[in-house]
Design a protein around this ligand. Structure first.
Ligand SMILES: Cc1cc2nc3c(=O)[nH]c(=O)nc-3n(C[C@H](O)[C@H](O)[C@H](O)COP(=O)(O)O)c2cc1C
Length: 311
């Protein structure tokens, strides 16, 4: 998830467990092949065989409109160690859609076919090429064509965010629209959208008829959600992550980030994360108000240490 699920967040989420695969923030591809350094910025895990510290594979996600350039970038990412390639056809951001990447391509299933096909042809067969879509742009009238295009182009799987671009991120997610698409596809289908709790996960599986699910914002609101889902599936008990654990993680990643990124990077990502954490942890609201106006990393760190000591 662009702007928030970076290397440090993937490290925490996969340490807590439950995830079988992580996808990077989208890498926007315009007209050049990114350098090794460029890919490492999005996916430092490539230095470790493409795995997070706890061994979960990471897949680079590309977003763009030019089949050949996307294919060249896909080959490079695979050579660097990405576990397959994911193609983004779901991003609603205006800047991205203006340059014809992301969800705007949902209006053109044949263009989606060309992109997936070019990438599939270029990437060695043993590596997965997956696609991430929404049900459509303004409505879901092209959803069958989109799904067919992706399968015919040879994709290994498709993740369906069960809303249109017009729906944005507003609830509900229309999980019940997925079975019609799934029934005509032989590739695996992953259901996504509006999974915030263990109960949501099981309801989504039932309504979408998908075994595989993808968690977005729910992972930020409850970093141990996937672990809780897996524990429930396996009839095991689950020990929830505490607020102190979360604050400790923020402090730890801030130390690591201060070596490689600007203070602005750390503080904007942390603020964005706190917005999601508020859903589950009331303490996140007051911490957010405390740090909202702080600018220097020292001030923010002092506030974080004070938060830790308060519990
Ligand atoms: C801040 C933010 C950034 C996102 N960035 C990406 C991205 O880079 N790639 C992607 O495929 N989806 C991205 N998404 C969409 C999510 O992956 C997911 O499909 C969507 O939020 C619906 O799932 P949810 O209801 O579980 O959050 C993003 C969503 C948000 C809110």
């Amino acid at each position: 998830m662009e702007g928030v699920v970076d290397f440090h967040m993937r490290k925490l989420l996969t340490k807590l467990g439950g995830y079988d695969l992580c996808v990077t923030e989208f890498v926007r591809v315009v007209d050049i092949t990114l350098s090794r350094k460029g890919f490492l910025r999005y996916c430092p895990e490539l230095l470790e065989g493409g795995f997070t510290a706890s061994g979960t594979p990471v897949r680079v996600q590309l977003l763009g409109q030019h089949p050949k350039v996307l294919a060249d970038n896909a080959v490079k990412a695979i050579k660097l160690g990405s576990h397959g390639i994911d193609l983004n056809f779901g991003c609603p951001a205006k800047t991205v859609n203006k340059s014809k990447g992301g969800a705007v391509l949902l209006k053109e299933p044949e263009k989606i076919f060309e992109i997936v096909h070019a990438v599939r042809q270029a990437v060695p067969a043993e590596h997965d090429v997956s696609a991430k879509i929404r049900l459509g742009y303004d409505d879901d009238s092209l959803s069958l064509e989109i799904a067919d295009a992706i399968e015919k182009a040879g994709a290994s799987s498709v993740a369906i965010h069960a809303r249109t671009k017009r729906d944005g991120y507003n609830p509900p997610a229309y999980w019940e629209k997925i079975p019609t698409l799934k029934s005509r596809l032989s590739m695996p289908v992953v259901a996504n959208g509006e999974i915030w709790t263990v109960e949501d996960a099981f309801l989504c599986q039932t309504r979408s008829q998908c075994r595989d699910i993808m968690i977005g914002r729910g992972a930020l609101a409850r970093p141990d959600l996937a672990a809780h889902i897996k524990a429930t599936l396996n009839d095991q008990t689950h020990e929830p992550i505490t607020w102190q654990d979360i604050v400790s993680h923020i402090i730890e990643s801030s130390r690591a980030l201060s070596k490689t990124h600007t203070p602005h990077y750390f503080s904007s990502r942390m603020k964005q994360w706190l917005v999601f954490l508020k859903r589950q942890y009331p303490q996140a609201l007051s911490l957010f108000s405390t740090i909202r106006t702080l600018h220097s990393q020292e001030e923010v760190l002092r506030a974080l240490h004070a938060e830790l000591e308060a519990y």
